[in-house]
Design a protein. Structure first.
Length: 576
C-alpha cells in the first residue's frame, strides 16, 4: 500500500508543477466563461462596426492607411478561427481599392506622417509604427492566403516584402560603410548590446540580417527598430517561408531572428526598442508590448517552419520574460492602454501549441484581455472599443482603438471555455485604484481534474483496502469460533429459510453426504472426519449422528425437490 501511495502523491506534485509558471493569482478574470458562439458574435459585431466606418476606397477617412490593412488581417484571421470564407470576396475587393496597391503598398500616405514631404520616404522610415503600417498589407495578404489559398493574396504579400527589402543593409553596404538609401556611416563593428563577455560582433553579420533600417527622430538616429524587424524581417518573411518554397524568405527570417537574439534582448530576455547603426551601437532600453508581440509572432511561425531547437529556446525565454512584464500592465494583468501585437503574437504561439509548459498561462492571459475589453472598454451594445482596456469605455469610434481590441476578440475564439471548471466562489470584489476589480485566483480546469482524479483514486483505494482488511479479520474470527470447516455441495442453501422454516442443517448437525448416481439399499453412510486440531476455547462440537438410510433418502429428496417431505408421498423408484 505504501509504494502505491508514494506513486500517487508523486504524480500529484508533478501535476502541480506543470503549468502555472507565469499566471498570477492577482489576474483579473483569467478564464473564458462565455460560449464559442457568443465569442464569434462579439468579434463579428466589432469587425462589422469597423467595416461600416470604411470609405469608398476601403480606408478609414483621414487616418493612416495601415489601420485598414490591419483590419484586413483580422477579417482573414476571423475566417481561419471560425473555419469560414465569409470575408474572402470582400477582401479581394478591398485590396483592389487600396490607393497604394500599384506601388507595392509603399505610398507615403501609408504613414501617419503623410503630411511630410514624399522625399522623406526615400530616405528613411520616420518613426516607430510607420514601417509596421507599411507591412500591414503584406501581413494581411499572407494571412488571407493562409485562409483561402488564393494566389492573388500571396502576390500582395510578396509585393509588400520587396518594398521592405529596399531598406535592408547588405553585406556589401556594410563593407563600404554606407548605403544609397541614407547618407550616414555604418559602423563596421558593434559591441554586443547585451555585453556578454564584452565581445564584438561584425556589423556585416548583424545588419545584413535586418529587413528594415529606420531613422527614428530623437536621441537615437540611424537606428534599427524592433517593430520594423519583427514585422517585416521576421514575421512577414516567416509567413512567406511557410507559404512558398523560396529559400530567400527562409534565410531572411532566420537572419532576423539571430539579430534579435544577439542585439535586441537585454539580460532578462526582454525585447528592447531600438539599436543604433552608428559606432558603439547603443540601444534604447524602452520596452513596449507591441515589440514583444511582433517578435513572438515571427518566431512562432519561423519555428513551425524550421523546427529549430534554438529558435524554440529563444521563444520560450522571450515569452517567459514578456507575460509578467510590469512595463505595460499592473497586477491585474490587463494591458491598460491596449495593444494589437502582443495578443496576436501570443495567439499565434497558442494555436500551434509550441510551448506546452506555458500553454495554459497564455490562454489565461488572453482571457484576461478579452474579459477586460468586453467588461471595461466598451459600452453595452455599441460594439465600439476604447483605448484603455482598464476603462472607462469610449463611445466615440477610433480605428486605432478598435483594431487593437478586435485582435483580442478574434484571438479569444480559439480559446477553450473554462465555465465548467471547478473554482471557489469569489467574494464580493473590492475596487482598486485603477478601477479594476480583481477576482480570486481561479484554478484551471485541467489542474482541477487532475487533482480531483488523484484524490479520488487515493480515497477509493483506501476504502477498498479497509474493506478488505475488515473482511479478512471477520473471516479469521469466524473460523476461530467455529473451530472447523464446513464444506458441502449444498452450502449455498444452509443459511436460507424455506417456507418460513429454518433449514434442518442447523449449526452443529452433520452435513448431508453427496448423493451418487445410485444409492444402494442399506449402504454404509460415510462418516465425517472431525478436524485434527480444533481451535482453542472453541465451542465443543457434537459428535456425528448415524442416520438410517430412509431418513437420508428423505433429506436428499427434500433438497432436490425444493420442498418439505410429504409423509403420504412414496419415495421415487430407483432402478435396480
Amino acid at each position: 500500500m505504501l509504494p502505491i501511495l508514494s506513486l500517487v502523491v508523486g504524480s500529484y506534485f508533478l501535476a502541480l508543477c506543470r503549468g502555472g509558471q507565469l499566471a498570477s493569482t492577482s489576474w483579473r478574470r483569467p478564464n473564458i466563461t462565455i460560449s464559442l458562439e457568443d465569442r464569434i458574435n462579439i468579434a463579428a459585431a466589432g469587425i462589422e462596426m469597423a467595416r461600416s466606418k470604411l470609405g469608398p476606397d476601403a480606408q478609414f477617412d483621414g487616418q493612416s492607411l495601415g489601420y485598414a490593412g490591419q483590419l484586413y488581417s483580422q477579417m482573414a484571421e476571423f475566417d481561419i478561427a471560425t473555419n469560414q470564407t465569409r470575408y474572402r470576396d470582400t477582401l479581394k475587393e478591398y485590396f483592389l481599392k487600396a490607393p497604394h496597391r500599384s506601388s507595392n503598398f509603399s505610398d507615403v500616405f501609408v504613414s501617419p506622417f503623410r503630411w511630410l514631404s514624399p522625399l522623406l520616404l526615400t530616405l528613411n522610415c520616420l518613426s516607430a509604427g510607420f514601417c509596421t503600417d507599411l507591412s500591414a498589407y503584406g501581413h494581411a495578404g499572407a494571412i488571407a492566403y493562409a485562409a483561402y489559398k488564393d494566389q492573388v493574396f500571396l502576390d500582395y504579400a510578396i509585393q509588400s516584402w520587396y518594398f521592405g527589402q529596399k531598406y535592408t543593409l547588405t553585406a556589401q553596404q556594410v563593407a563600404a560603410g554606407k548605403t544609397d538609401i541614407k547618407n550616414f556611416t555604418i559602423a563596421s563593428q558593434c559591441q554586443d548590446s547585451n555585453n556578454y563577455g564584452g565581445r564584438h560582433i561584425l556589423c556585416e553579420s548583424l545588419f545584413s540580417s535586418i529587413g528594415f533600417c529606420s531613422c527614428v527622430s530623437g536621441v537615437q538616429n540611424n537606428a534599427l527598430d524592433t517593430d520594423d524587424i519583427g514585422t517585416l524581417a521576421t514575421g512577414l518573411s516567416a509567413l512567406l517561408a511557410k507559404a512558398t518554397p523560396d529559400p530567400m524568405y527562409h534565410k531572411a527570417a532566420i537572419d532576423s531572428a539571430s539579430f534579435i537574439k544577439d542585439h535586441l534582448l537585454n539580460g532578462l530576455d526582454q525585447v528592447q526598442d531600438i539599436i543604433s547603426a552608428q559606432p558603439g551601437c547603443p540601444t534604447n532600453s524602452l520596452q513596449e508590448s507591441y515589440n514583444a508581440g511582433l517578435v513572438i509572432e515571427g518566431l512562432s511561425i519561423l519555428y513551425s517552419v524550421t523546427g529549430d531547437a534554438d529558435t524554440l529556446a529563444l521563444l520560450n525565454n522571450i515569452v517567459n520574460a514578456t507575460i509578467p512584464n510590469p512595463a505595460w500592465q499592473d497586477s491585474s494583468g490587463v494591458l491598460t492602454n491596449g495593444d494589437l501585437y502582443l495578443p496576436r503574437g501570443l495567439i499565434t504561439l497558442y494555436a500551434r501549441n509550441l510551448t506546452p509548459k506555458f500553454q495554459e498561462d497564455i490562454g489565461h492571459y488572453i482571457a484576461v484581455q478579452f474579459n477586460a475589453i468586453t467588461d471595461l472598454a466598451t459600452a453595452n451594445g455599441t460594439n465600439i472599443y476604447g483605448n484603455s482596456w482598464a476603462g472607462p469605455p469610449n463611445s466615440t469610434f477610433d480605428p486605432f482603438h478598435q483594431i487593437n481590441a478586435l485582435e483580442t476578440l478574434v484571438s479569444a475564439i480559439s480559446l477553450r471555455n473554462n465555465s465548467d471548471s471547478s473554482t471557489l466562489p469569489a467574494p464580493s470584489p473590492t475596487p482598486t485604484e485603477s478601477g479594476i476589480t480583481p477576482s480570486l485566483p481561479q484554478h484551471s480546469s485541467n489542474k482541477t481534474v487532475i487533482i480531483g482524479a488523484i484524490l479520488g483514486t487515493v480515497a477509493s483505494m483506501g476504502v477498498a483496502m479497509g474493506i478488505w482488511v475488515i473482511g479478512r479479520r471477520r473471516r479469521r474470527s469466524k473460523s476461530a469460533s467455529l473451530g472447523m470447516s464446513r464444506v458441502s455441495p449444498f452450502g449455498i442453501w444452509y443459511n436460507f429459510r424455506r417456507r418460513g422454516k429454518r433449514s434442518r442443517d442447523a449449526l452443529g448437525e452433520a452435513p448431508a453426504p453427496v448423493a451418487g448416481p445410485r444409492l444402494a439399499k442399506n449402504a454404509p453412510v460415510p462418516q465425517r472426519v472431525p478436524p485434527v486440531a480444533p481451535a482453542q476455547n472453541s465451542t465443543p462440537v457434537q459428535p456425528p449422528v448415524n442416520l438410517p438410510t430412509a431418513e437420508l433418502v428423505r433429506m436428499l429428496n427434500e433438497r432436490l425437490q425444493g420442498q418439505d417431505w410429504d409423509e403420504e408421498e412414496a419415495p421415487p423408484d430407483y432402478p435396480v
